[in-house]
Design a protein around this ligand. Structure first.
Ligand SMILES: CCCCCCCCCCCCCC(=O)SCCNC(=O)CCNC(=O)[C@H](O)C(C)(C)COP(=O)(O)OP(=O)(O)OC[C@H]1O[C@@H](n2cnc3c(N)ncnc32)[C@H](O)[C@@H]1OP(=O)(O)O
Length: 224
């Protein structure tokens, strides 16, 4: 039973989504502290035991890759564990996205957990953020598709612990192929491009969609 068919469902779903977000907040704080900590080994060992106890609690009931999280709703665009934007994901900064006309704007601050060169973001993280933001821009244009190509140009390192402003917009639509471009800057200097990217996205044919996502789709747009 899910939030649409169970009369008590909507309240239950809201509570579960809140709990997923709260757990995500706690996990992100944990990951950041686990990266930043200089605590003595005794404290690290005690923390390890506590984290293992929490993992045991969560492992009681789990899903596999063929089913969607019960909190998600593909039709409403709710993806709570998206590794870039998902409030429930320990991996997500998270990136907050809004649409202003044809411009897609993302904001986030990357902590020490995303460090590549000392004090700066890992380049793969910049590509991840831009892939997501470009993909959002493409979806918002009404032509959603999957990334088939992402060209990334690293012009200056992206500082950690610094509010960032990302932008993207669709630049061309050619049949099933959509091109979008975007950039990462700091919020303080939004006109200075640190990383620029251009992505090509392809809308799936019906056959491709069935082949790639049929099993998940058949399990329902929201798992029960
Ligand atoms: C408001 C909105 C809210 C929603 C928010 C949602 C945000 C979501 C954000 C998510 C963000 C994260 C997103 C992610 O993480 S998506 C995950 C990463 N991407 C993938 O895993 C995709 C892997 N690729 C494939 O599975 C296949 O390539 C697919 C199935 C996509 C196409 O199959 P196939 O490859 O067999 O192609 P086709 O025969 O159908 O041809 C189709 C057209 O495509 C052209 N083509 C193909 N490859 C390339 C290429 N490399 N460069 C340039 N063009 C290419 C091709 O020439 C043809 O053009 P044309 O001849 O018709 O002109």
């Amino acid at each position: 039973m899910n939030g649409r068919t169970d009369p008590a469902g909507p309240a239950r779903l809201r509570r579960r989504r809140r709990a997923v977000s709260d757990l995500g907040d706690a996990l992100r704080a944990l990951v950041e502290l686990a990266t930043a900590t200089e605590a003595p080994a005794d404290d690290l060992e005690r923390a390890t035991e506590s984290v293992r106890a929490a993992a045991a609690l969560l492992g009681g009931r789990v899903r596999d890759r063929s089913s969607l999280p019960s909190t998600d709703d593909l039709l409403d665009g709710v993806r709570m564990y998206n590794p870039v934007t998902g409030s429930g994901s320990a991996l997500a900064p998270p990136l907050h996205i809004e649409q202003a006309g044809d411009l897609t704007i993302g904001t986030c601050t990357l902590g020490l957990a995303f460090e590549g060169p000392p004090s700066y973001a890992h380049g793969g993280m910049s590509a991840l953020l831009l892939d997501q933001l470009l993909g959002y821009a493409v979806s918002a244009s009404g032509h959603p598709g999957m990334t088939v190509r992402l060209d990334t140009s690293y012009r200056a390192p992206v500082p950690l612990q610094t509010p960032l402003r990302l932008t993207a917009r669709v630049t061309a639509i050619d049949g099933r192929r959509v091109t979008a471009s975007g950039a990462i800057a700091t919020a303080a200097e939004p006109d200075t491009v640190l990383v620029a990217a251009t992505g090509t996205f392809v809308a799936l044919s019906a056959d491709q969609a069935r082949r790639l996502f049929g099993a998940v789709w058949d399990s329902g747009s929201r798992a029960g």
